[in-house]
Design a protein around this ligand. Structure first.
Ligand code: SAM
Ligand code: DTB
Ligand code: SF4
Length: 401
């Protein structure tokens, strides 16, 4: 007797173990979703003597763009064990649960940044151990990409410490060249270069860029406490331009900046109510770097990471959720909890942009221990279209904009 919270996910064939992604379809009319307010009194509720958690009520795995803040808040505040279980369930509806993508970062232009992001060691507003450098040479970038591929990475992300690309014509041309060459190596290519205009987005798309990373970082309300040199709306505009150019959107944030749970929920609300969900959401835990205004912040607890990852997984079920910065501080069992919650990507390689990352060998050993397998590259740019195609025979009536 399925309750409304766990209804509708019926194996369509007996071969769930072989083709688990495609063997589950959404069977009953999904236009009406269980909400917290109208939660049915199921037999389980009566037996346990408490209400179902927000996670239990909302973990149906369908693409929704009309999440309410209080629904996301209820998911986020579910008992951890319930959140893990339901995050994991939703994850398994759409992904191979053992496949974790390995991505590699390269800072192609380090430091000297004119923005004042309070977490960032590359801002010229703070004195940190990061030295400003000019754009790396082509051969350095391409050999790093080749090495990443050899090491099993299927996505190569190039970061530049810039506010935007204004007055950087020749550097931009070089980067467009990097994108072409790396895409030809059959890797997903991502860039994060600051704000973009339409023309730059179109040129990157033409060059074969898979994704562009531009994080919201935190909630609209908390944002001014963290960055004053560019607005939240400017960030959203860049994200829209990326989307309009047909490039996959990578946008997430950082926890541990001193924000409240309301801010975390607020950020997830903004991401999950975009006309399309970002294809990729990095969840970073602040790496408090000496010399930055946030150097004294307390380290993020794994439980907060688990809450953030599982909630992101439940509200954006088809999105790649990336366990990003801060992973170096988590043990393997803690990282296992993050994968269980729904994370399916990590950055591998000894360095992130400017800070140390987990050792490569220890990550490979973790894959062995946990039975994880490297996830192949994927070049699709639109989750909603893919989903429409997927469920077209029993189209769920949700928005496929
Ligand atoms: N300059 C570009 C920009 O800000 O869009 C790209 C590079 S920036 C370093 C990319 C993201 O890395 C930031 O948005 C932030 O979420 C994350 N990040 C930077 N410093 C961090 C730190 N110390 N700890 C955790 N995450 C950090
Ligand atoms: C993201 O959200 N995390 C990555 C990637 N996008 C570019 C960067 C993390 C940077 C951590 C601090 C550093 O190494 O400088
Ligand atoms: Fe510059 Fe990006 Fe660092 Fe902000 S996060 S200071 S924009 S490099």
């Amino acid at each position: 007797m399925p309750s409304r919270s766990n209804r509708a996910l019926t194996p369509a064939s007996g071969r769930a173990s072989v083709h688990f992604v495609r063997s589950y379809t959404v069977a009953s009319s999904p236009t009406k979703f269980a909400t917290i307010d109208e939660s049915p009194r199921t037999q389980k509720q009566i037996a346990f003597g408490r209400d179902l958690s927000g996670a239990a009520l909302n973990a149906h795995g369908e693409l929704r763009y009309d999440w309410k803040k209080d629904e996301i808040d209820a998911i986020y505040h579910s008992p951890i064990m319930d959140l893990l279980y339901h995050g994991s369930n939703v994850h398994r509806l759409h992904f191979d649960p053992l496949a974790v993508q390995q991505c590699t970062l390269l800072s192609i232009k380090t430091g000297g940044c004119s923005e004042d992001c309070k977490y960032c060691p590359q801002s010229s507003s703070y004195s940190t151990s990061v030295k400003a450098q000019k754009l790396l040479d082509t051969d350095v970038v391409l050999s790093a990409a080749r090495a990443a591929k050899e090491a099993g990475s299927t996505r190569f992300c190039m970061g530049a410490a810039w506010r935007d690309l204004a007055g950087r014509k020749s550097n931009f041309k070089k980067i467009v060249g990097f994108v072409k060459e790396i895409r030809a190596m059959d890797m997903e290519v991502c860039c994060t270069l600051g704000m973009l205009n339409d023309d730059q987005a179109a040129q990157l798309k033409d060059a074969g860029l898979t994704a562009y990373n531009h994080n919201l970082d935190t909630s609209r309300e908390y944002y001014p406490k963290i960055i004053t040199t560019r607005s939240y709306d400017e960030r959203l505009e860049t994200i829209s331009k990326v989307r309009e150019a047909g490039i996959s959107v990578c946008s997430g944030g950082i926890i541990g900046l001193g924000e409240t749970d309301v801010d975390r929920v607020g950020m997830l609300h903004t991401l999950s109510t975009m006309p399309q969900h970002p294809e990729s959401v990095p969840v970073n835990a602040l790496l408090a770097v000496e010399g930055t205004p946030l150097e004294k912040q307390e380290p993020v607890k794994v439980w907060d990471m688990v809450r953030m990852i599982a909630t992101a997984r439940i509200v954006m079920p088809k999105t790649m959720i990336r366990l990003s910065a801060g992973r170096v501080r988590f043990t393997q069992p803690e990282q296992a909890l993050c994968f269980m919650a729904g994370a399916n990507s990590i950055f591998t390689g000894d360095k992130l942009l400017t800070t140390p990352n987990n050792e490569f060998n220890s990550d490979q050993q973790m894959f062995q221990t946990l039975g994880l397998v490297p996830k192949a590259a994927s070049f699709k740019v639109d989750l909603a279209e893919e989903s429409h195609h997927h469920h077209s025979s029993e189209c769920c009536g949700s928005k496929h904009a």
